[in-house]
Design a binder for this molecule. Structure first.
Ligand code: PXP
Length: 237
């Protein structure tokens, strides 16, 4: 059975636009769990542009499914994660100027550093997932340095220009998922997945879990807008 974990970073983006406390990521996580989500994902970025440290601490206390902490492998964030003890750590590359995570980790180039970080998390019994492109050498490197899971980057697939390219990129993800499984890794997939493109990826039997954020938060705004207006009208009329 496919697991679906919800990335709630953009609830915090909306909250931070006014600098107050609403909407609260803790409440968002509670609603996602009530709706049946298998886990909650947040990315504690170095610039803290959306999720803040106190959010992760509160989520650690309140989440009843699992907390997947997405993060760059910087010393500062690793040290915070080791104190928080999430149920899963997903390591991603992080650039300050990017709008969102732009590509998979280069596990081959950063093998030694990533291996050390994975060992640190394992010493606290925290499993680690590496966010990588669906590329054979990267998957093999992830396995070689002791990763428990890989998250296959679906961003390129999500941005495919035509049906031919879409199929080619879907095949790449499928082949990568099969290899991951053969190597004994759990396989996650995410980035850019939405209500139109998700099903083809969800149908790949070797994928255990998906991590989806922006499309769900965007749709929630529209699904909820009518009721929100009606409630305010009832108050002002
Ligand atoms: N997985 C990873 C590693 C990500 O960095 C992100 C974006 O934060 C996601 C999944 C979710 O992507 P999206 O918001 O496009 O669904």
């Amino acid at each position: 059975m496919m697991n679906l974990c919800i990335n709630i970073d953009h609830i915090a983006t909306l909250r931070n636009a006014r600098g107050g406390t609403e909407p609260d990521p803790v409440e968002a996580a509670r609603i996602c769990e009530l709706a049946g989500a298998d886990g909650i994902v947040v990315h504690l970025r170095e610039d803290r542009r959306h999720i803040k440290d106190h959010d992760v601490w509160k989520l650690r206390e309140t989440i009843t499914t699992k907390l997947d902490l997405e993060m760059g492998a910087s010393d500062e964030i690793v040290s915070i994660a080791l104190q928080i003890v999430p149920n899963l750590v997903t390591l991603v590359p992080e650039k300050r100027q990017e709008l969102t995570t732009e590509g998979g980790l280069d596990v081959i180039a950063h093998k030694e550093k990533l291996k050390r970080v994975i060992e640190l998390f394992h010493s606290k019994n925290i499993p680690v997932s590496l966010f990588i492109d669906p590329v054979k050498a990267q998957i093999e490197a992830a396995r070689a340095i002791g990763s428990d899971m890989i998250e296959l980057h679906t961003g390129e697939y999500a941005e495919a220009k035509d049906a031919h390219e879409l199929q080619r990129l879907l095949n790449e993800i499928s082949v990568a998922a099969q290899l991951g499984k053969q190597l004994g890794l759990a396989v996650n997939a995410g980035h850019g997945l939405n209500y139109v493109n998700v099903q083809a990826v969800a149908a790949i039997p070797q994928i255990d879990e998906m991590s989806i954020g922006h499309s769900i938060i965007s749709r929630a705004a529209f699904i909820g807008l009518e009721q929100a207006v009606r409630e305010m009208l009832a108050l002002v009329k």
